[in-house]
Design a protein around this ligand. Structure first.
Ligand code: C2E
Ligand code: CA
Ligand code: CA
Ligand code: CA
Length: 278
């Protein structure tokens, strides 16, 4: 009889298997990484577009795994969101950011807000608002020096989140809408929700000013944000040309490699020591 050698799949997708194994590996490693102290925060400056004065710092998580090396938050944050571990990890980020900002303030550096990224999964947790207030109380950081960055994915159920946003706002915390333009927020929600800062996603900045389309979109977004009384920030600004253009069209603040990459704690402190601050 003839033997069927090619029974089943003709090829095997090693790439997908690899991805899957990597994912399972990361998923397993995350909780231990937290207790082993493998996470740290880096800080990326935000500056005033007109004066170049420092207006704040955004905390960005970093993970250095002893075996896998540096792993990007773009790959491990989504995994942490899927498993729910983001709730714990996000709480650690908040503690660390508030503690560090308070420490800088106590050391006499200029007082600036620190921005913390909050994932939708974390925000939806019933104790989120309570947890934030608790961290502020325990660290002694004045709430006006904390800013939470939320993405548009949260806004798909605006009425569910309005109450939470209002109570954070009432406490004096400022709220910003991250990655603006990549999701589906309507003008109505922008108007109704207590958001102070509009962060225009990097994809709109990348092709400007060479792309006419993106440049005119940018103008409109800036105008929209301003007419809603929001501060408008452009992220991912990499070149002098982009910076000049944004300045010209009235963008309030910028963030990106043009001014500075995210800095480790020591370098951020050094910047606070020397930079002109708002
Ligand atoms: P994001 O909040 O939009 O942060 C901006 C990302 O763009 C950061 O990447 C930053 O390093 C990078 N970036 C800044 N300026 C430039 C530029 O001029 N050019 C380019 N090409 N990139 C620039 P990072 O640190 O790898 O973080 C990626 C994403 O991971 C963040 O995007 C955020 O969604 C998430 N993330 C980072 N830290 C945290 C955290 O503590 N909690 C949560 N929930 N998410 C976080
Ligand atoms: Ca952000
Ligand atoms: Ca962003
Ligand atoms: Ca992003």
């Amino acid at each position: 009889a003839k033997i069927e050698v090619l029974n089943g799949p003709h090829y095997f997708d090693y790439y997908l298997l690899d991805k899957l194994l990597e994912r399972v590996n990361i998923e397993k490693k995350l909780p231990r990484a937290l207790t082993e102290g493998e996470f740290e925060l880096h800080y990326q400056p935000k500056i005033d577009a007109a004066t170049r004065a420092l207006t704040g710092l955004e905390a960005l998580i970093r993970w250095n795994d002893p075996e896998l090396g540096r792993i990007s938050p773009a790959s491990f944050i989504p995994i942490a969101e899927d498993t729910g571990f983001i709730v714990q990890l996000g709480e650690w980020v908040l503690w660390e950011a508030c503690r560090t900002n308070k420490k800088w303030q106590d050391a006499g550096y200029p007082k600036l807000p620190i921005s913390v990224n909050v994932s939708a999964v974390q925000f939806r947790h019933p104790h989120f608002v309570h947890m934030v207030k608790h961290v502020l109380e325990q660290t002694g950081l004045d709430p006006k020096y904390l800013e939470l960055e939320l993405t548009e994915s949260l806004i798909n159920n605006p009425m569910m989140i309005k109450e939470k946003l209002d109570s954070l706002k009432e406490k004096g915390i400022s709220l910003s809408l991250d990655d603006f333009g990549t999701g589906y927020s309507s003008i109505y929600y922008l108007k109704t929700l207590p958001l102070q800062v509009l962060k225009i996603d990097r994809t709109f900045i990348q092709e400007t000013p060479s792309s006419q389309r993106d440049s005119s979109l940018l103008r409109s977004i800036i105008e929209l944000g301003k007419s809603l009384g929001m501060t408008v920030l452009a992220e991912g600004v990499e070149t002098e040309e982009q910076f000049k253009f944004l300045q010209e069209i009235g963008c309030d603040q910028i963030q990106g490699f043009y001014y500075s990459r995210p800095l480790d704690e020591q370098a951020a402190e050094q910047l606070l020591r020397t930079a002109t601050c708002k």
